[in-house]
Design a protein around this ligand. Structure first.
Ligand SMILES: Nc1nc2c(ncn2[C@@H]2O[C@H](COP(=O)(O)OP(=O)(O)OP(=O)(O)O)[C@@H](O)[C@H]2O)c(=O)[nH]1
Ligand SMILES: [Mg+2]
Length: 418
């Protein structure tokens, strides 16, 4: 992957530890530049610092430098909370511990939290220029079953060795990182197949380019030796009419799904970008089950609309305006609708009857599945924008038809008494 790899497709590495352990110095050593501020003042890093880079031969990563776990300043608790939030989007945790301070309950706590969430952990023993780590210390890491590397982020001349050892340790964790993500769209087509992508160019479309999910889909189709034909919604019917053989799949933006369904002959498989990403980023069947909850909403029910990025909402913003309007129209119920954005996901999930999440194009698969797990723990149905829109337009069954398992999950849940 090259430097333009979308952030969400990069391996996210959270770097955590106590203040002054050398977290930021370690990040700078990996990056080969002063990406984060370092100093001997405890609590130098106060917020999460992100650095995207190529960590060869591992590939593209995002390093997340965090505030110290034992930050005792007035804002310490808020900073630690941010660190824990960063852990939610991390694929792997690196715990930095300075050799002269040793291991403490702070490290134990974050390691336990990561492990409980299924995030593999590697320990880095830093500042070995000050003293050699004691065997008892290293034995303790062994007992905790933590792979570890030792070195000094500041020892010029020995940094390459430190970097290499660290990357080897990360590679050792790769099986635990779950291998490559599932296919996006290419597996739905026969070899040499063709997909038509329906992309509306409306006010919400950025100037001069396509959006990341569309580009990723095109790339995935090309990787699978398929043909991708891109049209605007208005040109779909005439384009289909001009093709000598029908396409194997039509993929459309959720916002034009009703029109796309109307313009696409019944025998052609059809889905939305959003549904493809639901499968790619999370558990499509679970999100389809969540969409069934729309049929059961009643007066006074609270619905959470959750957005992965914090963009400036347009007048007819999909999450803030359109979905709430369609939900109220469709259910006829007096719903209480709240929204959240960015990496903040509320703690009071119990209050909601349904969570409608965006496609999560800027989120990692882990962050998305983590949110689904959280909703699952609270037994709150969760679906996503695309599935909800298709349901609210009355075409969800058609849009799920390429995914029989998810369609069945939806049907069963609709049929279940609430
Ligand atoms: N001797 C030695 N000092 C180091 C090493 N790594 C970092 N330091 C020093 O330790 C101090 C803290 O380094 P930082 O990288 O800012 O530590 P941090 O963990 O990011 O600290 P906070 O952001 O305050 O939580 C600085 O004075 C660094 O120069 C190392 O390997 N050896
Ligand atoms: Mg720091």
């Amino acid at each position: 992957m090259n430097p333009k790899t979308p952030k969400s497709a990069r391996l996210h590495i959270a770097i955590a530890g106590r203040v002054n352990a050398g977290k930021s110095s370690f990040l700078n050593m990996l990056a080969g530049q002063e990406a984060a501020i370092t100093s001997s003042v405890p609590g130098t890093t106060t917020d999460v610092v992100e650095k995207t880079m190529e960590l060869l031969p591992l590939g593209p990563v995002v390093l997340l430098d965090t505030a110290g776990l034992d930050d005792t300043s007035a804002l310490g608790a808020a900073r630690t909370a941010k660190t824990k939030k960063a852990l939610k989007r991390a694929d792997v945790l690196t715990v930095i511990v300075a050799v002269d301070t040793g291991w403490s309950t702070f490290e134990d706590e974050i390691v336990n939290e990561a492990r409980a969430a299924g995030v593999p952990v590697v320990a880095v023993v830093n500042k070995t220029d000050l003293k050699e780590p004691e065997t008892g210390f290293l034995a303790l890491l062994d007992v905790k079953k933590l792979p570890f590397v030792c070195g000094s982020a500041l020892a010029i001349g020995r940094q390459e060795e430190f970097r290499r050892a660290y990357k080897d340790a990360l590679r050792g964790l790769l099986p635990a990182l779950g291998g490559p993500p599932p296919a996006l769209a290419g597996d739905l087509l026969p070899p040499g197949g063709m997909a038509v992508l329906v992309v509306p160019i409306d006010l919400g479309a950025p100037q001069g380019r396509l959006i990341v999910p569309q580009v990723q889909c095109i790339r995935d189709l090309l990787d699978c030796d398929s043909t991708a034909l891109v049209v605007k919604d208005r040109e779909l019917a005439s384009t289909l009419g001009r093709l000598a053989t029908p396409p194997d799949l039509v993929i459309c933006d959720s916002q034009v799904v009703a029109r796309t369904v109307a313009d696409t002959p019944e025998e052609i498989k059809l889905t939305t970008f959003s549904i493809l990403f639901a499968r790619y980023k999370g558990d499509l069947a679970a999100l389809a089950r969540g969409a069934a909850q729309i049929e059961k909403l009643k007066d006074g029910d609270k619905v959470l609309i959750a957005e992965g990025c914090s963009h400036h909402p347009l007048e007819d913003d999909i999450g803030r305006v359109k979905i709430p309007r369609w939900l109220r129209q469709y259910t006829g119920a007096d719903l209480r609708i709240e929204s959240c954005a960015g990496h903040d996901f509320p703690d009071n999930l119990d209050e909601f009857k349904l969570i409608i999440h965006c496609g999560g194009c800027v989120m990692t698969r882990r962050e998305m599945t983590g949110r689904m797990d959280e909703a699952g723990v609270h037994d709150i149905p969760m679906t996503n924008y695309g599935l909800a829109i298709s349901a609210l337009q009355g075409v969800l069954r058609r849009a799920l038809s390429p995914f029989p398992g998810a369609l069945q999950a939806y049907e069963m849940e609709v049929g279940r008494q609430s």
